[in-house]
Design a protein around this ligand. Structure first.
Ligand code: ADP
Ligand code: ADP
Length: 233
C-alpha cells in the first residue's frame, strides 16, 4: 500500500552551471502517512515536492504513484493525475483575485464537473472548517495573508485528493490558525486516510507528524518515525 515510491531520483538544473538539486533520493510513502520534509534553505525540498506533485520531471530515477511509473508521463497525463490525485498548497497560494473565497474553493470542484450547488455547499463547509465561515464572499485582497493561506488549504482539500502536498503551509499563520489547520488535516488523515506531505521550517508542526525526512544537499540524510511519544531513527 505504498502510494508514492521514489527510486534513485535526481534532478539537475542547468543553465551554464549545473546544480544537483536532488541527488539519488529513494523513499516509500504509504497511503495515509503524515510526513514532514525538513532541511536547510536550498537543500532541495521544493524540488522534491515538485517531483511528488508531478509539476516537474526528474533528470533520472523513477516516481511511482499508486504503483504506476509516472516519471516520464506526458504533460497531459501529469495534469490529469494532478487534478485527480493531488491537492496543492504552496506559499504563494495562487488564488484567483477576481474570485471570492468560496468561489476559489469551488473552482477545482467545478473543473471536476460537480454541480454548482454541491460545490457551493462543500466550499462553505470547508471554509467554516478553516475558520473563515464569515468571510465566504471576501476577495483575496480583502483578506490577510494568513486568511488567504487558509482559503488555499480549503481549496486544496476540495476534491478529497488522495495526496495533499504543502510548502510552508502554516508559514504565515498565527499559532491559533496553524493549530486549527493542523487539527483539520489530522482529522482528514484519520477519517479518510488522506496522505499529507508537508515541507516545513516549523519543528513544532514537524513533530506532530508521523514521519520526518531531513534533506541536505539533495539527499535524505535522516529519517525518523513516530513511536509512542517521540521519534526514532
Ligand atoms: P529548498 O526548497 O530546500 O529551499 P530548492 O529545491 O528550492 O530548495 O532548491 C534546491 C537547489 O536547486 C538550490 O541550489 C536552488 O538554487 C536550485 N534550484 C531550484 N530551482 C531551480 C531552477 N528552476 N533553476 C535552477 N536552479 C534551481
Ligand atoms: P492544467 O494543465 O490542467 O491547467 P495545471 O497546470 O493548472 O493543470 O495544474 C493542475 C493543478 O496543479 C492545479 O491544482 C494547480 O493549482 C496545480 N499547480 C500547477 N502548477 C503549480 C505550481 N507551480 N505551483 C503550485 N501548484 C501548481
Amino acid at each position: 500500500d505504498d502510494i508514492i515510491v521514489l527510486k534513485d531520483l535526481s534532478k539537475i538544473y542547468g543553465n551554464g552551471v549545473e546544480v544537483r538539486a536532488l541527488d539519488g533520493v529513494s523513499v516509500k510513502i504509504k497511503a495515509g502517512e503524515f510526513v514532514a520534509i525538513v532541511g536547510p534553505s536550498g537543500s532541495g525540498k521544493s524540488t522534491l515536492l515538485n517531483m511528488i506533485g508531478l509539476l516537474d520531471t526528474p533528470s533520472s530515477g523513477h516516481i511511482f504513484l499508486k504503483g504506476i511509473d509516472v516519471s516520464r508521463a506526458s504533460p497531459d497525463e501529469r495534469a490529469r493525475l494532478r487534478n485527480q490525485e493531488l491537492g496543492f498548497v504552496f506559499q504563494y497560494h495562487h488564488l484567483i483575485p477576481e474570485f471570492t473565497a468560496v468561489e476559489n474553493v469551488m473552482m477545482p470542484m467545478l473543473i471536476a464537473n460537480k454541480s454548482k450547488t454541491e460545490a457551493h455547499k462543500r466550499g462553505e463547509e470547508l471554509l467554516r472548517a478553516v475558520g473563515l465561515g464569515d468571510r465566504l464572499h471576501s476577495r483575496p485582497n480583502q483578506l490577510s495573508g494568513g486568511q488567504n493561506q487558509r482559503v488555499a488549504v480549503a481549496r486544496a482539500l476540495a476534491n478529497n485528493p488522495s495526496i495533499v502536498i504543502g510548502d510552508e503551509l502554516t508559514g504565515n499563520l498565527d499559532t491559533k490558525s496553524s493549530e486549527l489547520i493542523y487539527n483539520l488535516l489530522r482529522e482528514l488523515n484519520q477519517k479518510i486516510n488522506q496522505t499529507f506531505i508537508l515541507v516545513t521550517h516549523d519543528m513544532t508542526l514537524a513533530e506532530k507528524t508521523d514521519r520526518i525526512l531531513r534533506i541536505v544537499d539533495g539527499k535524505i540524510v535522516c529519517e525518523m518515525r513516530r513511536k509512542d511519544d517521540g521519534f526514532v531513527a
